[in-house]
Design a protein around this ligand. Sequence first.
Ligand SMILES: Nc1nc2c(ncn2[C@@H]2O[C@H](COP(=O)(O)OP(=O)(O)OP(=O)(O)O)[C@@H](O)[C@H]2O)c(=O)[nH]1
Ligand SMILES: [Mg+2]
Length: 433
Amino acid sequence: MFEVREKPDQVERALLVGFYFKSDEEAEARALLLELEELVDTLGIGVVGMELIRVRAQHKAFICGTGKSDEVVELAREKNCDCLIVDNGLSPSQQRNWEGKAGITVIDREEVILDIFAKRASTKEAQLQVQLARMEYALPRMAKMWGHLDREGGGGGGGGGGASRGMGEQQIEIDRRLARNKITQIKKDLEIVRRQRATRRKDRDRYDVASSAIVGYTNAGKSTLLNKLSGSEVYEADQLFATLDPTTRRIELPGGQPLLLTDTVGFVRNLPHRLVEAFKSTLEEAVLADFLIHVLDASDPAVEVFYRTTLGVLEELGAGDKPALTVLNKVDRLGVGAELTRLRESFPDAIEISARTGFGMEELIKAAEGQLADRVRRRIYRVPQSRGDMVNLLHNEGKVINTDFEGNDVIVTAVVSPTLDGRLKEFLEEKAG
Ligand SMILES: Nc1nc2c(ncn2[C@@H]2O[C@H](COP(=O)(O)OP(=O)(O)OP(=O)(O)O)[C@@H](O)[C@H]2O)c(=O)[nH]1
Ligand SMILES: [Mg+2]
């Protein structure tokens, strides 16, 4: 059966190269290259050098000109690299050209991210999504995987050359067909898993509990915040893409109303589009939430860029105009003074917190309650004991604060949603807040 080759598993020493074209693109390209270094590090590959190269015009074969590509290959040789990682997207033919010239593995940013995602995915859905994205990435690149069959055959001499060439090509055709079948199968499996998720979500909607999605750039501290707010143990780590599957926790706000908080996959610049596509359903939590908590790493100098990147992806997902609380996290790492002043100017409405120390949690929770002000209300109902079904409904879908008995009636004080309130209209005794 066709499997995607795990190239980065086989390499240890990488040279990173980023190409840019105009002088005003240099700073951005440099920041991206540093980010690539972190991504590569996350994969466990050693980075032995980084080169930022200005190119006057896109060259078709290598992005840069032949002379420059020779220099890069020479440098990779000097540094004894077994892998060249290009920060720009490489077309299948460019990747082949580079590998042909360098004689070592050559990958691009997209493949690095795909590999991290493949390693991290833990739920069935995330695994299928990553598998799909990798297959689609690999399909047009399969020719080169079997190129060696042809080359070996050709080099072997004699009359066998022609037959061997045919063998390589046949093998590619077989693999392509297998890959396409597999892609169809994965899509079917995904459809099933998604339907199950939709059913679960519908169950949740039936209970009409408010929900919020924690979004933000990778490593901003989303999982740490969820843990802090819910007292749970979601995996958090100083790694890029520590979280790949949405985790939902139910918390209770001080007023008694429940809130579902979902941690989501982190965003990153130049996220391969096919991964945005693949993860759309995972990020649906963000689209469907009542409001978003947009977490920013205040200690990162590029925080404004990260903010815009996340907004861009949210827009693409159709969640661009969701109400959102902007949160400046990791303020414990900031000194007082200029830095904070600048951040406050850039994000005048942001809530300053430290998910690590717990600083600012009260303010954040108050703001979350503010977001839900018109969603929940406190009510006192008088329900005849014969209507136990209504009392059960209050317990299941609302938050019961107190129960008293008066004659044949049950007096229930509860925090309820407008929908639930509507269903209990005839039993309303008093509006209590
Ligand atoms: N100093 C400090 N570090 C923090 C704070 N919040 C999170 N961190 C650290 O930042 C790193 C990333 O935190 P995570 O919560 O895993 O970040 P995330 O946004 O969930 O990241 P991904 O899942 O990779 O998208 C971890 O090492 C955390 O301990 C904070 O308020 N202060
Ligand atoms: Mg996380």
